[in-house]
Design a protein around this ligand. Structure first.
Ligand code: PLP
Length: 395
């Protein structure tokens, strides 16, 4: 073994631990539903992205089992050799229908989508304007493309407009694109899509919306783009199958020509084995449930609004959220971590989110109420918040 590597790892791990930045991962001894088991303890779970409860929905689990029986455990090859099973095409058709686009392409994860799609279209003569709070996979996807990257202040339309104008008047670039999250995961705010689309039109920019936290949530489940009725104005709609859809995988929805291009040019499609057929079958079932029935989406919003109202009435600051993502703002990093630990001791699982995930001094705990929570669970969580909130002088 390399002594140099040993030393490097030992030094850096010790450094992280000494600064309280080493994340110890606790495994769940149960499914990731509204109640989870960790060790011997049961906790109310307010940390999962399982917005609609579909990860543990019996219909979705049954579809995964049937997919497994019919197609086997693995797809056997990358999509472009012979790892395209009919179930993958069925999923893509379902996704296009769900998003109201001509076509869609499925990937192994949402992270992979951003690795795949940005660099398949953008190159060194092009420019990307990117919201400063965009997800890490967008940042990495942009870097991989080799395009010039210009950060835009978060949801600041004056800054976006000025930078779009500058980019075009410089005459320096060929294609130009604006990339944004649909819903920002740490604050729960929604991108200003109507203004984005108008500015993009004025300066001839493509629009790329990564709607990982919007799909299944906004637009009666169909996502942020549908919420604003702008399906015809957004070139790239990215989504994940791992959050509200409850499985794993990702997709790009757009025109037939875009999807045809991604099928010949995007590297995770060409060089990484396709998602498992059981996952594809489960995702189809989730999408069909969402398409036919808005009850889970209604329950999500009802629970989220109920929970948020209770916290606000107690005097907690839930920031600027417009979606079920419910941060409780704390500020100090250490205090947020201790608060989360106290909630845990009282039976509530809520992760603290600290620098560098959010700016210094804006530490918080982030609650993810879902369709699967009962009023009793939420009431119990609120009662704990009240007690622990007073201990910490937050209310
Ligand atoms: C979660 C997330 C991803 C990653 O999706 P996975 O399917 O978990 O890989 C990508 N983009 C955004 C905006 C996300 O929130």
């Amino acid at each position: 073994m390399s002594k140099e590597l040993d030393q490097y790892l030992a030094d850096n791990l010790a450094d992280l631990k000494s600064r309280g930045l080493y994340n110890e991962i606790e495994p769940l001894a149960s499914a990731n539903g509204p109640i989870i088991t960790i060790g011997q303890r049961q906790l109310i779970n307010l940390s999962a992205n399982n917005y609609l409860g579909l990860a543990t929905d019996s219909r979705v689990v049954a579809a995964a089992k049937a997919g497994l029986e019919k197609w086997g455990a693995g797809a056997g090859a990358v999509r472009t050799i012979n790892g395209t099973l009919q179930v993958h095409l069925d999923l893509e058709q379902e996704l296009a229908h769900f998003k109201g686009t001509e076509a869609a392409i499925a990937y192994q994860s949402g992270f992979n989508c951003n690795m795949a799609a940005i660099s398949a279209v953008m190159g060194k003569n092009d420019v990307i304007l990117s919201d400063e709070l965009n997800h890490a996979s967008i940042i990495d996807g942009c870097r991989l493309s080799g395009a010039k990257i210009i950060r835009v202040n978060h949801s600041d339309m004056a800054d976006f407009r000025a930078k779009a104008q500058e980019v075009r008047s410089s005459g320096r670039y060929e294609k130009a694109m604006f990339i944004t999250d649909g819903v920002f995961s740490m604050d729960g705010d929604i991108c200003k899509l109507p203004e984005i689309v108008a500015i993009a039109k004025e300066f001839d920019l493509m629009v790329y919306v990564d709607d990982a936290h919007g799909s299944g949530v906004l637009g009666h489940g169909h996502g942020t783009v549908k919420h604003f009725g702008l399906e015809k104005e957004v070139e790239f709609q990215i989504g994940t199958l791992s959050k509200a859809i409850g499985v794993v995988g990702g997709y790009v929805a757009g025109t037939q020509a875009l999807i045809d291009w991604l099928k010949v040019r995007s590297r995770p499609f060409l060089f990484s084995t396709s998602m498992t057929p059981a996952d594809a079958a489960a995702a189809i079932q989730s999408l069909q449930i969402l398409d036919q029935d808005t009850r889970l989406n209604d329950a999500l919003w009802e629970n989220a609004n109920y929970f948020k109202t209770q916290l606000n009435q107690l005097g907690f600051d839930t920031g600027i959220t417009e979606t079920p993502i419910t941060p409780v703002m704390i500020g100090d990093e250490q205090k947020a971590q201790e608060f989360s630990k106290r909630l845990y001791e009282e039976g509530i699982y809520v992760k603290s989110i600290v620098f560098p995930t959010v700016p210094l001094g804006t530490a918080r705990v982030r609650n993810m109420p879902t369709a699967g929570h009962t009023k009793e669970m939420l009431d119990q969580a609120v009662a704990v918040y009240e007690r622990v909130g007073r201990e910490f002088d937050l209310i």
